[in-house]
Write a protein that binds this ligand. Structure first.
Ligand SMILES: C[S@@+](CC[C@H](N)C(=O)[O-])C[C@H]1O[C@@H](n2cnc3c(N)ncnc32)[C@H](O)[C@@H]1O
Length: 425
């Protein structure tokens, strides 16, 4: 019998994956082929995927913020939504000359790994209670990083107390009652302890908020990822525990993910930037900082006028800021430039039009403010991993199950399906 051609083998692989229920069989086949060194290995990888393992566990890699990170069975696979935390953490780390950074509940340590690659002068420590992800964390981090095993912050070296410039975490935050409602793959492939944290999902967040001030340096920053619905109770708990820190939240673009953020009192030791506002006493109103109000106004304007060309200078003038200051603060607060924010809004609008209307793709491209179909398609693909026509053909729901290494970036439309639905929280 003649040997099947390469194309024939690829088609057969796509067929097998499709029969196993992989919605993105074509792309997954390419990922598996890229990961296998020969046919027997490809066969083994394919069989594991057919048996329902996470694609990232099978190939041992996840892509996040343009970097490849090692991951494997028994470990939580970093999610694309964590790009929000990574961008905010990078911005904080880059403001300091030699930051001391701790990633708690680190798993394979995506945030510390990215900081290690982009801010080489950073001193890194990571900690997790499960030894399995720590094996991969060691692979992802520079050799100088401290990798500690223990519950919460217990395993951190005592001499770090009061010296940490940046403490970041994606703790488990799924409410116990939501576990059964989660998609099958994470339930079968990831340990429940990596995801679930008590009745309201806030057990580990409350614990971290209580323990963090002891470790943070004056002016140090704490950043914790959570679901939007958890932000108000987490913020209230945090203000109750430490009224001296400046507590706040920052929304992610996916409409689901939120960062809880605290700055310890006192000016930053080595940044040329003006000191963060020292928070008022606990009794002061808990409203947003004044320039946050201006930033939100700008963001709302961009949302409303998303089909118009972006004029940052005129937006800045409308809130009495300089263009440079507006862009910098916008990036700090929302994790990306006003331009990039606008592009995502346009794509989001385009997705809704693709789903709910039968207007042509060119028509939709123009309606959301792009003047070139090429730029529109490129940006769409960059954010969602598929072209506008494939998105329309496949339907929006299937994209929710796109593996993170195929969906390169989280965007608002990709739902964070592990966190509670607003009406169930
Ligand atoms: C949601 S995962 C996040 C991992 C990683 N930060 C990321 O984003 O990929 C939570 C991690 O917390 C760890 N964990 C759960 N309970 C813990 C505890 N009490 N103390 C320390 N780590 C814990 C789990 O092992 C898991 O790796």
């Amino acid at each position: 019998m003649p040997e099947p051609t390469t194309a024939g083998r690829h088609d057969a692989l796509v067929d097998r994956l499709r029969r196993a229920g992989c919605v993105f069989a074509e792309q997954e086949a390419t990922v598996l082929e890229g990961a296998a060194s020969d046919s027997p290995e490809l066969e083994r990888l394919c069989a594991r995927r057919e048996a329902g393992e996470f694609l990232e566990h099978v190939v041992g890699v996840v892509e996040l913020c343009g970097e490849r990170l090692a991951v494997g069975p028994g470990s939580f696979v970093p999610r694309q939504r964590t790009a929000l935390l990574i961008e905010a953490a990078l911005a904080e780390a880059q403001r300091r000359s030699r930051p001391v950074v701790v990633e708690a509940y680190c798993g394979v340590a995506p945030v510390a790994a990215l900081i290690g690659r982009r801010v080489p002068a950073a001193t890194l420590h990571v900690t997790d209670s499960d030894p399995r992800p720590l094996v991969h964390a060691r692979q992802n981090l520079p050799r100088s990083a401290g990798v500690h095993r223990g519950s919460g912050l217990e395993a951190l070296p005592r001499e770090l107390a009061g010296t940490v410039d940046l403490l970041v975490a994606v703790p488990p935050y799924v409410p116990a009652g939501q576990w059964d409602l989660m998609p099958r793959e994470p339930r079968e492939c990831e340990p429940a302890a990596a995801l679930v944290a008590g009745r309201d999902g806030l057990d580990e967040i409350r614990r971290l908020v209580a323990e963090a001030p002891r470790w943070l340096a004056p002016g140090g920053v704490l950043l914790i990822e959570m679901h939007r619905d958890q932000a108000p109770p987490a913020l209230a708990a945090a203000r109750g525990i430490d009224a001296c820190a400046d507590w706040g939240t920052a929304d992610g673009e996916d409409g689901e993910t939120v960062l809880l953020r605290a700055t310890m009192p006192a000016p930053l030791p080595d940044s040329g930037a003006p000191a963060a506002p020292i928070p008022p006493a606990a009794s002061a109103p808990a409203g947003p900082a004044p320039d946050l109000v201006l930033l939100r106004r700008v963001r709302d304007r961009i949302d409303r006028d998303h089909a118009q060309p972006l004029d940052v200078e005129s937006l800045a003038r409308s809130v009495h800021l300089s263009g440079g200051h507006l862009s910098r603060r916008f990036r700090q607060e929302y994790g990306e430039s006003p331009y990039s924010y606008l592009m995502t809004r346009r794509i989001e609008r385009a997705m809704a039009l693709l789903r709910h209307t039968d207007r042509s793709i060119t028509d939709i491209c123009m309606a959301v403010g792009f003047s070139s179909l090429g730029t529109f398609s490129t940006r769409f693909k960059e954010l969602l991993g598929v072209s506008p026509s494939a998105y329309r053909a496949q339907g929006a729901e299937v994209l929710d199950s796109m593996p993170p290494c195929i969906a390169r970036r989280v965007t608002r439309p990709i739902r964070n399906r592990e966190a509670p639905e607003p009406d169930r929280a």
